[in-house]
Design a protein around this ligand. Structure first.
Ligand code: ADP
Ligand code: MG
Length: 351
């Protein structure tokens, strides 16, 4: 990622509310034309960081640079309307008494090309016939596209979206998500999408930044982070995880699940594996486990097994064996992760 490619650079940003440190020295880079997902649990500081980038919040330490211009540093903040950002809020925040066209053109008052810009945006976001309509007559997905059109109207360098799907029914979610990604791609705009949902983040984003307790703990592509997290916290943010005790000696980690290479130093570690990277096999093959419980999860069965004292979660797409039966457990050793022992990690089975 070349330096010149950065459209937003956040360096060492800190923001406290009284004694509560919401953002604690966060770093991230958004590259031009890409979609960056900012993923973290509730309370990890995502919205505070996004609001700092938008200019709605000041910062106590660090710098924020947008398109080559320092827009935030301690004691100095370029106001939101003077930085080239477009915001899409969680509840869309459309003006209910204005038509769709007036909402989209709101930030273009006094511009002679206003009608043309609005018409072009409505067409691009498949809202061409919706201009005279009022927001409450639109579907959730359409309202979101209006909010995006309004944010795009002033030709921002970056679009910032905070939990864009949280006010939508789950039935609508996949469709709206697809629409939104397509609209962002077609506009060619760089975007930061804040979400607490790993699936939303992985599907939408080119790059992900994982947030935990006010810090960005790891960045990378969704696949890199899913398969090669560097901490238990990062691994857990992207999906369910089994953890078992492991020991590292001379670059080789060993646990009840198997062995794999690691760069971690000698000593205690965790070995992690996703429930979907474990398979149940015929008894007598692989590790011997006992089936403790079976949960139906639609697309898969979530099965809890025990192997000795250790509980493990296994996700299978075929029929589950009966509770109490003995089965074999096959481990895809290429999918094993070795994770450092720092921080919390107790409680072995994932969901
Ligand atoms: P997220 O968006 O990841 O859920 P937030 O950025 O909203 O997290 O909040 C991070 C932390 O900062 C939380 O502990 C939250 O309670 C606290 N916080 C956020 N905004 C304020 C505020 N205006 N005043 C006091 N505390 C706040
Ligand atoms: Mg938030």
């Amino acid at each position: 990622m070349a330096m010149t490619d950065a459209i937003v650079s956040v360096t060492g940003v800190r923001r406290a509310y009284g004694r509560k440190i919401a953002v604690d020295g966060a770093d991230l880079t958004l590259s031009r034309g890409r979609i960056l997902g900012l993923l973290g649990a509730s309370g990890s500081g995502k919205s505070t960081l996004l609001r700092a980038i938008s200019g709605l919040e000041s910062i106590d330490a660090g710098t924020i640079v947008i398109d080559g211009q320092v827009v935030s540093r301690p004691g100095q903040r370029v106001p939101p309307e003077k930085r080239r950002v477009g915001m899409v809020f969680q509840d869309f925040a459309l003006f209910p008494h204005l038509t769709v066209a007036a909402n989209v053109g709101f930030g273009l008052k006094g511009r002679r090309d206003r009608d043309a810009v609005v018409a072009a945006l409505l067409t691009r976001l498949r809202l061409a016939d919706r201009g005279p309509a009022f927001p409450h007559t639109l579907s959730g997905g359409e309202q979101q596209r209006v909010a995006l059109a309004r944010a795009l109207a002033r030709d921002p360098a970056v679009i910032l979206l905070d939990e864009p799907f949280s006010s939508l029914d789950s039935s609508l979610r996949a469709e709206v998500r697809e629409d939104l990604v397509r609209a962002l791609r077609e506009s060619g705009t760089s975007a930061i999408v804040v979400t607490h949902d790993a699936e939303d983040a992985m599907i939408m984003a080119d790059d992900l930044a994982l947030m935990d307790a006010g810090r960005v703990i790891q960045t990378g592509t969704p696949q890199e982070l899913y398969t090669r997290p560097t901490s238990v916290a990062a691994a857990r943010l992207l999906g369910p995880l089994n953890l078992v005790d492991a020991r590292v000696r001379q670059g080789l980690a060993t646990s009840g699940l198997g062995q794999c290479a690691t760069v971690l130093p000698d000593g205690e570690a965790w070995m992690g594996v996703r429930p979907s990277d474990l398979r149940l096999t015929e008894p007598g093959t692989g590790l011997q486990v006992q089936v403790e419980s079976v949960g139906y999860a639609g697309a898969f069965r979530s099965i809890r097994v025990t192997s000795g004292l250790q509980a493990l979660s296994v996700h299978v797409t075929h029929d589950a064996p009966a509770i109490g039966t003995v089965a074999g457990l096959a481990v895809d050793t290429a999918r094993l992760m070795v994770l450092p022992r720092t921080g919390s990690g107790s409680g072995a089975a994932g969901r």
